[in-house]
Design a binder for this molecule. Structure first.
Ligand SMILES: [Zn+2]
Length: 318
């Protein structure tokens, strides 16, 4: 490991020390090197010299089942990755400017259902988006009339959100607020210390306040790693995107996510994710998943979170 990386010993999701390494391969060779070149093509270029002599390595936690990169980029390398190697302007064009109307309709529905669920007049609600990106979620929440705040580590993205009228909060100032609800969509997989960060965020929730956490589904990552397919499309059933080198430092199953939330003083809120997703696609997916579960019979592992995707609401315990 070169000095651009730092090691992780304990599980970053539950603090357990009973962890085992399950995968290791050098950054400088196939399959990771060509994977990185292909992945960032169109939005930037990886500086391979900064990765030289280091390995992409994964460990699994025996306690909570989290799979995590055990040698992660230092703060300086992460900053270079998100602000230089990935060109923010190119990323904006490749992602933000490429969404069609369906993306915004989905977002509007999700925000609408979330606000309805909170069961107060929007004007009484104070909502916060942690890792807000360019500020899309905040824009919709603001349009509903809620008091809206967002935090974003990328300066370019935070400036863009501010230019759209979003209240931008610095990380160190988050705890000076008390929110009704925090949104953290596709953020926790990127964090060096996810449990520590979650504890901090929970301190900024009102008593009984809610936090939504959505992360890539890593429930079957062990079998995907056995297939070791680094060239498949991100949407394929074999994709290793949930452990994307340099970026997805933590790979959660529903069980691992629930365990981390419990360690941070939260409980799982049993509202089905599907009720928040009103699209026909979600309805059909739910039907197919239910049918598959019936056909498979009870989960042999006895894991009560089997089949649940790790995008869940949690409530701060009183
Ligand atoms: Zn753990």
């Amino acid at each position: 490991m070169n000095n651009e990386f730092v090691g992780r010993e304990a599980c970053p999701g539950c603090d357990a020390t009973t962890t085992r390494e399950i995968y290791r391969t050098p950054y400088g060779d196939a399959p990771v090197k060509p994977y990185l070149d292909a992945f960032y093509k169109g939005v930037g270029k990886i500086d391979h010299a900064r990765l030289a002599g280091s390995d992409f390595a994964l460990s699994a936690c025996d306690d909570c089942s989290l799979v995590f990169q055990n040698e992660i980029p230092s703060g300086a390398l992460l900053e270079a990755l998100y602000e230089q190697m990935i060109n923010p302007g190119q990323a904006f064009d490749a992602y933000e400017n490429s969404y069609d109307v369906r993306f915004y309709v989905q977002l509007e529905r999700h925000v609408e259902k979330t606000v309805r669920f909170l069961n107060k007049n929007p004007g009484e609600l104070k909502l916060f988006d942690f890792g807000m990106g360019w500020g899309n979620w905040c824009m919709f929440v603001q349009a509903f009339g809620c008091e809206t705040y967002g935090c974003e580590i990328s300066e370019t993205r935070a400036k863009h959100a501010a230019s759209r009228g979003i209240n931008v909060v610095a990380y160190d100032d988050i705890a000076s607020h008390q929110f009704d609800m925090i949104n953290a969509e596709q953020v926790f997989e990127h964090l060096a210390r996810p449990l520590e960060t979650l504890r901090y965020l929970v301190s900024a929730l009102k008593p009984g306040g809610l936090i939504w956490i959505g992360v890539p589904n890593g429930g079957d990552i062990r079998s995907r790693l056995e297939r070791d397919n680094w060239t498949t499309d991100k949407s394929s059933a074999e994709s290793l995107n949930a452990v994307a080198p340099l970026e997805h430092l933590n790979c959660f199953s529903a069980k691992a996510l629930v365990r981390m939330a419990e360690c941070a003083g939260c409980e799982l809120l049993e509202i089905p994710h599907r009720r928040l997703q009103s699209s026909r696609w979600a309805m059909w997916r739910h039907r197919v998943e239910t049918k598959m579960k019936q056909l498979r019979g009870p989960a042999p592992s006895g894991d009560k979170y089997e089949g649940m995707t790790p995008d869940l609401f949690f409530r701060k315990k009183a």
